[in-house]
Design a protein around this ligand. Structure first.
Ligand SMILES: [Fe+2]
Ligand SMILES: [Fe+2]
Length: 358
């Protein structure tokens, strides 16, 4: 739609005499630009190409031409103001005019003051309506563009979140590989305990699965078992590999390793569930373990599982202080003997069901 000129008026009046009179008055008295057209189709075409803010048209009761013109005009510009001109004003005409959204009706004899007032009022209303419509359409455009930006932003946030999650997973797995390598290096300091952490992990995971623990709990147990002796890094070689019994002072050193391990892992916040399992892996079911002397269910279930797996692997592999290991059957007997004291009976039950697979 072209820009509306508030001074442009289209006159669609068949009566040439009245049309000319109105045009003269509007031009001379009101300073308006006026276009006259008597044919409805041509008037609509002119309205489509022009920029009129107002149309004054002949209207009579049951006048189909006027109805076609006014409806057509409103299709071209929903805000266009239409003033009707009629020889005679009747209630039926008023009703019809209201239905067609005709803003005013002027009748013969034409009162010029009233006519100019109608035109002025109509033009003001038209510019207000047009401004409101323009404003609405700008708001709609801005809204649509904001919605597009929102969708784009949401997509970017989603991608960034995915990237961050990937980065976090990469970082976590790099940390885990490093720390696992450290745990294996600590195992390897004493060639008798080579692969100990791995063996404990395999056994503990199998028992945990048999106990129907959740996937998350089993994963924590796997990681904790792989790292359970990492605190031994602080124990001198001569104690770790001593071929004889340990002195009370040396035992004190050994008993520090669960807490030292937990301290080493503490900065790795993603290992939160694992750290306490590492700290508790030497707690005994009867409360005679270390470092805290926790008893029964006060010990995390995962730690009770790792404790049994740790003891089993220690028994079935040679050690510097015991070169001949237990046989599998011997180790099982030993574990059965210590059920309810050193070991949690429910963990032993699950272990006995899977020991043949180990
Ligand atoms: Fe240990
Ligand atoms: Fe161990």
């Amino acid at each position: 739609m072209s820009t509306i000129d508030p001074n442009q008026i289209l006159l669609v009046i068949g009566n040439e005499e009245i049309a000319n009179y109105l045009m003269e008055q509007l031009i001379i008295g009101g300073g308006y630009s006026v276009t006259i057209e008597s044919n409805i189709s041509s008037a609509l075409e002119i309205a489509r190409q022009g920029n009129f803010s107002m149309v004054i048209t002949q209207i009579d009761t049951g006048d189909r031409d006027a109805e076609r013109l006014i409806k057509g005009l409103h299709e071209i510009d929903p805000d266009i103001l239409v003033v009707g001109f009629s020889e005679k004003l009747t209630p039926e005409l008023l009703q019809e005019a209201a239905k067609l959204s005709v803003s005013d009706i002027i009748t013969k004899p034409i009162n010029l003051d009233r006519l100019f007032f109608c035109i002025k009022k109509g033009i003001d209303v038209h510019s207000m309506l047009s401004a409101g419509r323009r404003h609405n359409s700008i708001l709609k455009e801005q809204n649509a563009s904001l919605q597009k930006q929102n969708i784009l932003l949401a997509k970017r946030i989603e991608e960034s979140t995915k990237n961050l999650a990937r980065l976090y997973e990469d970082l976590r797995s790099t940390y885990m590989r490093t720390i696992r390598a450290l745990a294996q290096a600590i195992d390897a300091r004493d060639h008798y305990t080579h692969s100990h952490s791995l063996n404990v992990s395999v056994c503990a995971v199998r028992v945990a699965q048999e106990m129907r623990l959740s996937v998350k709990e089993v994963e924590s147990i796997r990681e904790a078992a792989e790292l359970h002796d990492i605190g031994k890094i602080g124990i001198p070689d001569f104690i770790l590999t001593k071929p004889a019994s340990l002195s009370p002072e040396e035992w004190i050193e050994i008993k520090k390793h669960p807490s030292t391990g937990a301290q080493i892992l503490e900065p790795l916040t993603f290992l939160n569930d694992v750290i306490e399992l590492v700290k508790q892996h030497h707690e005994r079911y009867d409360g005679r373990g270390y470092p805290s002397g926790l008893r029964g269910e006060a010990i995390l279930l995962g730690a009770r599982v790792i404790h049994l797996a740790d003891a089993y692997d220690s028994m079935v592999t040679a050690r510097s202080y015991r070169l001949v290991p237990f046989s599998k059957e011997g180790a099982v007997e030993e574990i059965k003997k210590n059920t309810g004291t050193q070991f949690d009976p429910s963990v032993v039950d699950a272990f006995l069901k899977v020991v043949d697979e180990l």
